[in-house]
Design a protein around this ligand. Structure first.
Ligand SMILES: *Cc1c(COP(=O)(O)O)cnc(C)c1O
Length: 442
């Protein structure tokens, strides 16, 4: 049972506290009183250091699309490792992964690799500024785009500083440069009228609008077709580039969110799934933009793109194997499992007579302990909901504990991600535990 003072995880955590602040290198994977430590994984199952096996519905926050140690990904990594691991030369593996992504993503004619989604977003912003010569970028209030100073602006602004809803202030995260925040323009999610008015007002300064088509931090709020169309139109009209952050939203469609929505961005940031479980990021886009800023021939690139481990052979080999495995039919199968999970959670909540708002799409599932109709479409709605329902986060944590102690690993905030390693019986096992967990919430 978790928590357990005698567990190996608790012992490891005490040891970690002596050398890592808070015992940790990644805030996302911490929960109180201590996180369970992983030992090994196979398919959709993960075993902790105390020998407890659970279904893994975290999937490394989306990256592990094929579960753990898929034999074809392991074989690709082993074959590459036997040849060369790290080298100051390009390899064929880089071209292989680039061809697969370019063939798949409507908005990507050319692509370059880096090592994280944070870097992908950072290089996307640099590309837009380098191409246009303009300084500012617009982003959605409350959206997470990784740890870049500019892109993290107004990721979680304090109501005392967030300004007018129609023209939100740009609020730097603690630790970020204020100068970077000064170059960010903040727009509200899914309010096409207000967003377009803000973009029009700043059109001479704006190099780009940065959008995530499904914002996990806003409880999987999906950009509406009307919002996407309006932003695409206003950016095109004023020669502003549209950047999609598809680090996460790649799960929305076989060809990413851009394929699923039919709205094609000029630049795309990618990460997570495309590395097959190894660290990865990529910036892709229209050929003319990518070549104008990144082509090193004829006098050098406008925007420098270094990185000791960019396109490292292991990541490229693992990524190519992972992308080959993510066929249209596998994509559709996991999306159907996601639908089964969402429908099953709604049904379980009805049976247990507890409030539940189930959101998400395809292989992304979010369970929030709120009435189903609760309005939660942007950052300010969400702040109001959290303030008005202090019990919600406590219920989420109690539910998470129940699942953790009954064979299901999910995020403490209520997110679940599916992998191609799962079957209907794995979803049904999760749903049985969820029903018990909801009953115990009362
Ligand atoms: C995870 C994520 C990032 C950051 O990617 P890292 O590889 O963790 O740096 C950026 N944007 C979105 C939407 C993400 O989900």
């Amino acid at each position: 049972m978790y928590p357990d003072d005698e567990s190996k995880s608790q012992q490891l955590y005490r040891r970690a506290l002596q050398v890592l602040p808070g015992g940790n290198s990644r805030h996302t994977v911490f929960y109180a009183p201590y996180p369970v430590y992983a030992a090994s994984g196979r398919g959709c199952r993960i075993t902790d250091v105390d020998g407890v096996e659970r279904l893994d519905f975290v999937c490394n926050y989306s990256a592990d699309m094929h579960g753990h140690s898929h034999p074809e990904i392991v074989a690709a990594i082993q074959a590459q490792a036997a040849k060369v691991i790290s080298v100051g030369m390009p390899t064929a593996a880089e071209i292989d992964l680039a061809e697969r992504i370019c063939a798949r993503m409507p908005g990507i004619d050319r692509i370059r690799f880096c090592n994280s989604g944070t870097e992908a977003v950072m290089f996307a912003l640099k590309a837009a500024r380098g191409f246009s010569g303009k300084p500012a970028v617009a982003k959605v209030e409350g959206a997470y785009h990784g740890s870049d100073d500019g892109a993290s602006t107004s990721q979680q602004p304090d109501p005392a500083r967030w300004g007018d809803a129609g023209a939100p202030s740009s609020v730097p995260l603690c630790g970020a440069s204020r100068g970077a925040a000064d170059d960010m323009v903040i727009i509200p999610m899914n309010d096409a009228g207000a967003a377009c008015a803000i973009i029009e007002k700043h059109r001479d300064q704006l190099a780009a609008v940065l959008l995530d088509p499904i914002v996990k931090q806003l409880g999987y709020e999906q950009a509406t077709p009307a919002f996407l169309r309006a932003i695409r139109e206003v950016t095109q009209k004023h020669g502003i580039l549209l950047i999609f952050d598809e680090v996460y939203s790649f799960r929305l469609g076989y060809r990413g969110a851009q394929g699923a929505t039919g709205v094609t961005p000029d630049i795309t940031a990618m990460g997570k799934i495309i590395g097959g479980g190894l660290p990865v990021g990529a910036v892709g886009g229209r050929a003319d933009i990518m070549e104008a800023v990144f082509d090193p021939r004829d006098g050098g690139a406008r925007v420098g793109h270094g990185g000791t481990f960019n396109a490292n052979p292991l990541t490229m080999a693992a990524g190519a194997a992972a992308m080959a495995l993510l066929t249209q039919s596998e994509f559709d199968r996991v999306a159907a499992l996601g639908e089964r999970a969402r429908a099953g959670l709604r049904e379980a909540a009805k049976i247990a007579a507890v409030p539940a708002m189930v959101r998400g799409a395809t292989s992304m599932v979010g369970l929030f302990h709120l009435e189903a109709g609760t309005e939660m479409h942007n950052y300010r709605d969400m702040a109001a909901v959290v303030a008005g329902h202090p019990e919600m986060l406590q219920r989420a944590y109690r539910f998470f504990l129940h699942m953790l102690n009954n064979g299901v690993l999910m995020s403490p905030m209520g997110f679940m991600l599916l992998s191609t390693a799962m079957t209907e019986s794995d979803i049904d096992f999760m749903l049985e535990q969820a029903l018990q967990g909801m009953r115990s919430l009362g």
